[in-house]
Every structure is written in C-alpha cells, then in structure tokens.
Write a protein that binds this ligand. Structure first.
Ligand SMILES: C[S@@+](CC[C@H](N)C(=O)[O-])C[C@H]1O[C@@H](n2cnc3c(N)ncnc32)[C@H](O)[C@@H]1O
Length: 277
C-alpha cells in the first residue's frame, strides 16, 4: 500500500491524467530477454489501473499484475476484462515485497512509478527498496530482465513546472525517491547487473493535461501527481493563490514556460534496466 497516498479515492480519476510514459523503452529492454518477446511472461509490480500492463500486453505473451489497492485493481481488471478472459493477464492483490509466485517464474519484471510509495529509510540505505529487489531477483529467471521506471533527482528538481509552486512538498517527494546511483548499487547487491538508463524527453507523465497552466486549480488534475498529497493546507492555499494572481496579471504562461524550460533536455522519468545474474 502507498505509505502516503489514498489510491482508493484516486483510482476513480487516475486515468484522466496518466499515461504509460517510457513504455517503448521498457519493450526494448525486454527484447534483450533470452525468451522471445512475444512469449515472455512479465510481472507488473504495482500495476495501478493497468495502463502499463495494457500497453505492454501488445508486445509480450502474458502478464501477472500485482497491486495492493483494491480500487486500482478493480479499474485495471475492468479495462482488461477481455485479456483476462483470454488468459493473457491475471490480477493479484499482494505486496510487491512478498509476491505470491514461485522462484524463477518470470522472464521480465517491470515496476513503474511505485518505489517512492514504499515506507523507507533513506538514511539506512533504503532497506524497503532492497527487500523489493531481493523479491524481484527471486521470482525472475536467471538472465531475466528488470525494468524500473522512476525519476532522477534532477528530473524532480527541474522536470515538473508546478513543483515550483510547492517547494516543501517537492522536497519531501524527492526525498522519497532513491537517487539513481543508490538504485544501481542496490541492483548489484540484490543479484542484478545494471544495464542502462534511458530518459524519454518528449513526453509528460500527465499527458496533455500537464501543459494546462490552470491545472493545479482543479482537484482531479492535482490527483494526477502524488506530490500534491504531500502538500499541507497552507502550502496548497499559497500555491493556488499565487497561480491565480499570476493568471490575473497575465504572467501565468511565462511562469509555466520558465519553470518548464529544462524538461525537454532532461525529461520527467528515467527507465533503468538490469539483468538478473
Ligand atoms: C503511482 S501508482 C503507479 C501505478 C502504475 N504502475 C502506473 O504507473 O500507472 C503506484 C501504485 O503502486 C501501488 N503500491 C504502492 N506500494 C505497493 C506495495 N508495497 N505493494 C503493491 N502495490 C503497491 C499503489 O497501490 C498504486 O497503485
């Protein structure tokens, strides 16, 4: 379960603003598997409403999708009822640190924007992350491919224009994300060989909605990025009133453009790939 987000409520609006950004990089990574892509069995760890599963199912043989939130799983299962009936996807209510699968079950594992929801202790070297990667190593076949869709510290600092409205929450979110160097170290300690890091530069996690300068005024829009769940009431009120003032003085578009300027150089997410030793 997310340690700070109410996904039961968010499952109702999540798909309004979320896209499977980076999916083709993940497909390319899975193509390195010893098993032909179309025959691969893949785990989607923390599948949410199933956007990545649905897109990945166009390329791989079968997916086991796991999440702990019943609301998210229900939306995903509804969306993929036909694939479920065809036996190409199955959904499981479980924690990603204790997976209901035998050793060496999977050719590939993907985890998309989930790790920062773990209740973890950065000062102690992210033990909860380690537990999850040990579990992935257990359920992957030797040579199996791990794909981690996450964000770099730089992307979190400069890749999201609205984070500048809410600096305290943005800091709190950044502290929840393990830096990419730490993840690479965790990979090797958990039985993986780190293979690559790729950042798509042309896409926003919230899709077209991200570019709406008045988006943060709308609760459904804010629900599309969990940073807003870390915003206290005072910070939120200050942010929204600043945005309204910028709008009233005709400066809002310039504000957005200025704070979005680096996104096209660094992207919003990074896809890390690793191979099970
Ligand atoms: C930001 S959403 C990402 C969903 C999906 N991967 C996507 O990118 O669209 C995070 C998801 O991780 C799930 N989650 C968080 N911690 C979990 C855990 N320990 N075990 C299983 N699921 C977890 C949440 O319930 C939520 O659905």
């Amino acid at each position: 379960m997310s340690s700070y987000e109410d996904y039961t409520r968010k499952s109702k609006v999540y798909d309004k603003t979320r896209e499977p950004v980076g999916i083709l990089i993940s497909v390319g990574a899975f193509a390195q598997s010893r098993t032909p892509l179309g025959e691969m069995t893949v785990l989607d760890a923390g599948c949410g409403t199933g956007n990545f599963s649905r897109a990945m199912l166009e390329h791989v043989g079968r997916i086991e999708a796991v999440d702990m939130n019943p609301g998210m799983l229900e939306v995903a299962a509804r969306k993929m009822a036909k694939s479920q009936a065809d036996g190409r996807i199955a959904f499981h209510s479980a924690g990603i640190d204790e997976l209901p699968f035998d050793d060496a079950t999977f050719d590939g594992v993907m985890i998309n924007q989930v790790l920062h929801h773990l209740p973890d202790e950065p000062a102690r070297g992210f033990p909860a992350h380690r537990r999850v990667f040990e579990e992935f190593a257990r359920v992957l076949k030797p040579g199996g491919v791990l794909v981690v869709n996450t964000c770099s510290q730089e992307q979190l600092r400069h890749g999201y224009w609205h984070y500048h409205l809410i600096p305290t929450a943005a800091d709190a979110l950044r502290n929840r994300y393990a830096p990419l160097e730490d993840l690479a170290e965790i990979f090797s300690e958990c039985g993986f060989t780190h293979a690559g890091a790729f950042a798509p530069l042309d896409a926003a996690v919230q899709g077209e909605a991200y570019f709406n300068p008045r988006g943060p005024l709308d609760e459904d829009w804010r629900d599309g990025d969990s940073v807003w769940s870390l915003v206290g009431e005072d910070e939120r009120d200050r942010a929204l009133s600043k945005l309204q003032k910028l709008d009233a003085t005709g400066e809002l578009e310039t504000y957005v453009a200025r704070n979005d300027a680096r996104r096209s150089d660094i992207g919003q997410i990074t896809v890390l790939t690793a191979l099970r030793n």
